[in-house]
Design a protein around this ligand. Sequence first.
Ligand code: CMP
Length: 143
Amino acid sequence: MEKTFLMVKPDGVQRGLIGEIVKRFEQKGFQLVGSKLVHITKEQAELHYQEHKGKDFYERLVNFITSGPVFAMVWQGDQVIALSRAMIGKTNSLEAAPGTIRGDYAIHTHLNLIHGSDSPQSAEREIGNFFKPDELVDYSKVI
Ligand code: CMP
């Protein structure tokens, strides 16, 4: 079963949007297999955003993501990586369509509420950065 890493960023936590965001993925039909409210370290943030290192917004991004608690999650389901990114909406706030999370709740690109993995490789790395294997549940034996 495909898994992805989703994270409500500090702006989403502060604005009380965890419940709304979780509800959307539950209603879509995905399963939550792990979650934690955590204030991430600078090292975790740098690993998470390693592909953006050197870009002009990198420092601001690391400072922002470590500025307050985030709600880190692992979800599973068919095509969860592509479908959750479609539900999240485009990174650029001017392109995030109404009906998407960013389109409905975010105004600024740097305060865009939620992160979602963009590939199976990113999902595996990002899940490993935030979760130990025994922090993820296995529904396969649930009756
Ligand atoms: P996300 O897709 O989660 O990961 C990279 C983040 O960098 C992105 O969300 C935005 O929050 C942030 N960001 C800030 N400025 C820019 C920019 N100009 N282009 C892309 N991402 C940006």
